[in-house]
Design a protein around this ligand. Sequence first.
Ligand code: GMT
Length: 372
Amino acid sequence: MRIGISCYPTHGGSGVVASELGRHLAERGHEVAFISYATPLRLGELPPRVSFHEVEIERYPLLKNFPYTLALASKMVEVARMKDLQILHVHYAIPFGAAALLAKQIASERDLKVVTTLHGTDITLVGNNASFKPVTTLTIEKPDAVTAVSRYLERETRSQFGITRPIDVIYNFTDPRRYENEVPPCIPRKCHTDPATLIHISNFRPVKRIGDVIRIFARVCTKLDAELILVGDGPEAPVAEMLATQLGVRDKVTFLGVVDRVAPILKKADLLLLPSESESFGMVALEAMTSGVPVIASNIGGIPEVVEHGVGGYLASVGDVDQMTTDAVRLLSDCDLWESFSAAARKRAVEIFSYERIVPQYEAIYERLLSN
Ligand code: GMT
């Protein structure tokens, strides 16, 4: 098949999923054309059968804000014609879903099928904003197929937008080979050596509750020798630094900033902290699990569909720093328990969320649309 993919090219989960999907589709023999304002970071060097088409952002004195969505739609049309695309698969409702519907109408000489994957913030935060809501609603109602990355997100989409159309739930996926190649011999992992390494990976937005990460870590430090690695950047990074200083643990916290690939860093980690307020899936939890890193997370959104409480990690109510600390200390002080959680986390990631299981579900949707 010939598939166009459009996504945010940044480190966010939706860009990661879209990039990995394109890579795997190409590995399986499909032609894939990425359309965005920059090459998606996780894509790296373009693999065989993958092309990248840049939406150029030009500045005109007349335009205060460049109408990116229109330039994106025009580029989609151009690439659909040039590459004879059959499918346009967009990740994130705003602006990709809207641009794809426009492109489909313009390129009406071809029967271009639009698939929109909802990732979470496009529904729960951005798309739900009153200024976008009518457009977001259209981007859910009108595509040929809509997918959501968790059952939670499907329910949320229906209740927040009053949607009744079919929505396919297709979980995000992982490629266990990446972790095996990069972290030999990571599986099965052994109990940590001192200090224990806790890790948090995010875009440092308020929804991630970075303050809780620091509070949990500071409390863990009163019970055992530990360090904290913070991966990513965003508006809450200075808040995290201030709190770490106030709580007397600043010298045990490393701010790594934004990194392209998390697998090599996860190799060093003993525990992932993800105390988010909202999470449609929790891609970093899956990445940690693939690397055999148990997860301490909030029991919200799509996280319980990814992390099995008491098996490969522990879930607690949002903001329950006490419980999360107790669980972290329990795991880090009992090697047998930690090793069983590590193995179970990896097993669940491989058995349920492997690309081998998930990518064919997207292919099945494309085939269904093309056969109609
Ligand atoms: O909030 C983020 O982490 C970024 C955001 C994005 O749009 O990339 O992530 C969303 O999509 C990811 C991939 O499907 C999910 O794993 C995240 O849970 C989701 N974030 C939220 O729902 C807050």
